[in-house]
Design a protein around this ligand. Structure first.
Ligand code: SME
Length: 148
């Protein structure tokens, strides 16, 4: 994971980051970055076998909205057992959502779906939280709520 982190630190933009994550880890079946737009999350770059219908999610709804509201990483081992879950792909079994913090606010999040049950552990959490930290300035400048 450290070699991928080094590559991510050299990535040119958020699409590069999404592509790297998707291509380097077999259990990352679909990878997307949502960006905060007012009270909503709007889908930015993504990579996976299919597009999702959830391109705009109100903060507070779904696993994505919960992580944006709390600022805490969400790991869901069995999406079908979580009532908050907004279904995107029938093949998805588990999900991790990692907020991207910038200057004390959530400016976006990394959302990863896996076709494997309970695919995400503490290694993924630690790694993706470091990724989120390193891409925060990109995500900040891509959000539409910029005040600077
Ligand atoms: N499952 C997410 C919605 C986004 S899709 O996974 C791409 C959720 O429950 O918020």
């Amino acid at each position: 994971m450290n070699d991928v982190l080094a590559e991510i630190e050299r990535a040119r933009d958020l699409q590069d980051v999404v592509d790297l994550l998707h291509d380097r880890f077999d259990h990352y079946s679909w990878v997307g970055i949502y960006l905060v737009d007012g009270d909503d999350l709007v889908l930015g770059p993504w990579k996976g076998p299919q597009a999702t219908e959830h391109v705009r999610i109100p903060i507070g709804q779904g696993i994505c909205g919960a992580a944006a509201a709390s600022g805490e990483t969400e790991i869901v081992n069995d999406v079908n057992a979580d009532r908050r879950y907004l279904s995107c792909f029938v093949s998805t079994r588990s999900e991790i959502v990692v907020p991207i913090p910038f200057e004390g606010r959530v400016v976006g999040e990394i959302d990863i779906d896996s076709d494997e049950p309970a695919a995400f552990g503490e290694d993924d959490r630690r790694f993706l939280e470091r990724v989120a930290e390193s891409i925060a300035p990109y995500a900040r400048s891509a959000t539409k709520t910029s005040t600077t």
